[in-house]
Design a protein around this ligand. Structure first.
Ligand code: TTP
Ligand code: MG
Length: 349
């Protein structure tokens, strides 16, 4: 089995703020959805580890965060800056010329092929120092025999760590963890598994694959294999580069179509700013709704022709999102464009 290397930036938005405002380092800091003046009305997007030690975390109302830490340092979301930093991080990671998938603004995974553990660890350390020296940002790296395991060992090594999980250790690493720690298993699936007396990944590994398949379809078989140390996940090159999107959390959960419309308008505008800057036509439109229980639904539509119309993006985005919020509160919405085609004379993909 080949090796995979997963990179996840530590407390990313807040780390970007620390990098350009070093005086913020070493003290609790949160980045939130609202301006400084309205800081008590929003939610925490992320916070540094000093703040986490006080119990503050992503998605917590900022009012609560300030209760936990009245001297909390606060910065308003500056996504343009974080996106720019993200681009520079990804450039550094891709500079090795290995097959790389950008997973989110602060996460990427690389296929290391037949590289051995020693060389993989060396590469991990090189990337960590390069990202730290060039950009002043900390990150954590996980290396393992599967895409999922590399991410899991990365999570387990945070912050500022480098974890290597060898093939022979995967099963014992997984055994006592709760099923929700296995990527893709959310609260709902966990509950259904619990009814089958499966609570740990070890339980899942011992379950009957046919029973799992009958309950959960092909995903049932996949989770059984994952629990048994078999990870068939592939690195899909440039997945994120092929779409441009924005998503944002509401100050409080809402099912008000007016609020949602206003947010979608803002997000569509931001997407088009970026699309315009990079010079693309687009053909695909996708929306996403995240609910208070952190489950998500997405909807996509392919247009018959390429376009660069913000108005069209917004109106189709609204059409797609409406059924997703029908009588359900949402915590976060997102909109993205894909199937991009570079305009003439501008930079190509
Ligand atoms: P994460 O990688 O989940 O979190 P993080 O990088 O802040 O912290 P760490 O990885 O060390 O645990 O998310 C990346 C960025 O995405 C995060 O910096 C801010 C943003 N984000 C939100 O805006 N809202 C959220 O609820 C979460 C979880 C993240
Ligand atoms: Mg992160």
């Amino acid at each position: 089995m080949g090796l995979f290397l997963h990179v996840d930036m530590d407390y990313f938005y807040a780390a970007c703020e620390e990098a350009r405002h070093p005086e913020l380092k070493g003290k609790p800091l949160a980045v939130g959805t609202q301006t400084i003046e309205n800081r008590l009305k929003g939610v925490v997007q992320t916070c540094n580890y000093e703040a986490r030690r006080l119990g503050i975390h992503s998605a917590m109302p900022t009012a609560m965060a300030f209760k936990l830490c009245p001297t909390l340092n606060y910065m308003p979301d500056d996504w343009k800056h974080y996106l720019e930093m993200s681009g520079r991080v990804m450039e550094t990671i891709k500079s090795r010329g290995l097959k790389t998938e950008v997973i989110s603004v602060d996460e990427a995974v690389m296929d290391l092929g037949e590289m051995d553990y020693g060389r993989a660890e060396e590469l991990g350390n090189e990337l960590k120092s390069e990202i730290s020296e060039k950009l002043g940002l900390p990150c954590t790296i996980g290396i393992s025999v599967g895409k999922t395991y590399a991410k899991m060992v990365c999570d387990a090594s945070k912050p500022n760590g480098l974890g290597v999980l060898k093939g022979e250790d995967v099963k014992s690493f997984l055994r006592d963890k709760e099923v929700t720690k296995l990527l893709g298993i959310g609260e709902k699936t966990a509950e259904r598994l619990k009814e089958m007396k499966i609570t740990t990944i070890g339980d899942l590994a011992r379950a009957k694959p046919l029973v799992l398949e009958s309950r959960f379809g092909s995903w049932g078989k996949e989770m059984y294999l994952l629990a048994n140390g078999i990870d068939n996940g592939k690195v899909v090159e440039n997945a994120a580069a092929l779409s441009i999107g924005r998503e944002r959390t509401f100050g409080r959960d809402t099912d008000d179509l007016e609020d949602i419309g206003a947010m979608m308008k803002e997000l569509a505008h931001e997407v088009m700013e970026e699309v315009g800057k990079q010079g693309y036509w687009f053909k695909g439109i996708g929306v996403k709704a995240r609910y208070p229980d952190f489950t998500e639904k997405i909807k996509n539509r392919k247009l018959s022709n390429y376009t660069d119309s913000e108005k069209l993006l917004y109106s189709i985005g609204m059409e797609l999102i409406k059924p997703l919020v029908d009588e359900r509160r949402v915590r976060k919405v997102g909109i993205r464009v894909y199937e991009l085609n570079p305009k003439k004379g501008q930079r190509s993909l």
